[in-house]
Design a binder for this molecule. Structure first.
Ligand SMILES: Cc1cc2nc3c(=O)[nH]c(=O)nc-3n(C[C@H](O)[C@H](O)[C@H](O)COP(=O)(O)OP(=O)(O)OC[C@H]3O[C@@H](n4cnc5c(N)ncnc54)[C@H](O)[C@@H]3O)c2cc1C
Length: 374
């Protein structure tokens, strides 16, 4: 069996790793011109399901490394004013396993065949039941199964399920990171909390590695090369719809809304790494009607994109990857046919995927009351 995975995000790479480990051929086709072509390095909180899923997709010899590059998170989420005074509580904060997305992505990339500069433009199902994927600047590729793991603007979804389209909530999200130094000691209570002046919210999260990832790989899995990054603070500002962002950089857009805020908060943004700061739109994709099962399917944000305030997008993409991996292994071993395996995956994924989107959108108004949810 040969599987073509479109998209080298967390979901697509986890699936390709899981298939490779089971001896199933999987090629990954990525639109970006190179693996490090754009900002990918924010801090993610994985829940036990997401973490177990990524673990199951990775070879067991890398489990000690995986365990070394993650840290446990648990914090009560406070609501603070711009001077860092407590003005409320959001209740139990997100508990889970914190990982840097860029570091996890590098681990997932190891040993895979990833074709970069390969933007999928369309596909068609051949008479023999296989599928031919077409790309902008490379030859077509034929596979027994095409998996669209190509994110919220999925080109695979446009063909497979054209009526399933993203909803722009109107909410903008500016995210970046700043090296964590002693200078920011006064901010420690703010990590995990929401800082708000009513109009905008700033969220801070500390990424403190037990061992620097590059060093951890050298010690625990010499066949893996991880990026050389140190501890940092991830900051994210949620901006309500209709706010003008003019032509500001990500950092300046945030600073322009922080007049009079605590000086260390402003310094934190000023000292951010500009290459790791970006402005994103919060868009959701709700799984719509099922399509007739065939040799093409979707996973991750391509079929159920959540609001980042739900903290469940990566978790759900990883869950998909692990579930589809299991179904395809059964097909590969001849215990069931391929289309039955894909149908089983889609039936389960539609159900929990829709729930993930619903619960993430439910949490968005606490940060942006004017969000457009449908
Ligand atoms: C700031 C932020 C913080 C987040 N925090 C959390 C968190 O704490 N916990 C959590 O669970 N989730 C979190 N998420 C959500 C999570 O990052 C995403 O849900 C997850 O990365 C989706 O993975 P994916 O593999 O489906 O898609 P993506 O990671 O979006 O990957 C899609 C890939 O497909 C490629 N692609 C697109 N079009 C094409 C094409 N035509 N041809 C070929 N390739 C293509 C893209 O370049 C990309 O590499 C967060 C998201 C953001 C933005």
């Amino acid at each position: 069996m040969r599987v073509a995975v479109v998209g080298a995000g967390l979901g697509g790479l986890a699936l390709a790793q899981g298939l490779r480990g089971a001896g199933i051929e999987a090629d990954v086709f990525e639109r970006d011109p190179g693996i490090g072509a754009r900002f990918q390095g924010y801090r993610l909180v994985l829940n036990p399901t997401g973490f177990q899923a990524v673990r199951d997709c990775l070879p067991t010899r890398w489990h000690p490394l995986l365990d070394e590059i993650v840290v446990d998170a648990s914090a009560e989420q406070l609501i603070l004013d711009p001077q860092l005074n407590e003005i409320g509580r959001l209740g139990a904060g997100r508990t889970g396993i914190v990982v840097d997305r860029q570091v996890l992505r590098h681990l997932l990339l190891t040993g895979l065949t990833v074709h970069t500069g390969a933007a999928l433009t369309g596909y068609h199902v051949l008479a023999n039941g296989k599928v031919e994927a077409r790309f902008a600047r490379r030859d077509p590729a034929t596979a027994d199964l095409l998996v669209g793991a190509d994110g919220v603007t999925s080109a695979v979804r446009r063909v497979l399920s054209p009526r399933t389209t993203p909803t722009d909530t109107g909410v903008r999200f500016v995210i970046g990171r700043t090296p964590l130094t002693d200078e920011f000691a006064a901010l420690s209570t703010a990590y995990g909390s929401k800082i708000t002046d009513g109009g905008v919210s700033l969220l801070l999260g500390a990424m403190r590695f037990r061992t620097p990832p590059k060093q951890a790989a050298e010690q625990l899995a010499p066949d893996v090369t991880l990026p050389d990054i140190g501890d940092y603070v991830r900051w994210a500002m949620i901006l309500p719809p209709n706010g003008s962002l003019e032509d500001l950089t990500a950092q300046d857009a945030v600073l322009s809304r922080m007049e009079g805020w605590h000086p260390e908060l402003r310094t934190l943004i000023q000292q951010a790494d500009p290459n790791n700061s970006t402005l994103l739109s919060i868009r959701a994709v709700k799984p719509g009607d099922r399509w007739a099962s065939g040799p093409v399917t979707l996973l991750g944000d391509a079929i159920h994109a959540t609001s980042p305030t739900g903290g469940n997008g990566a978790n759900t993409a990883l869950r998909d990857a692990e579930l589809l991996r299991r179904c395809l292994i059964e097909a590969g071993e001849g215990r069931r046919d391929l289309l039955g395996a894909v149908d089983d995956y889609e039936r389960q994924m539609f159900e929990y995927g829709a729930e993930a989107v619903r619960s993430s959108l439910e949490k968005l108004p606490a940060f942006a009351p004017e969000a457009k949810l449908s």
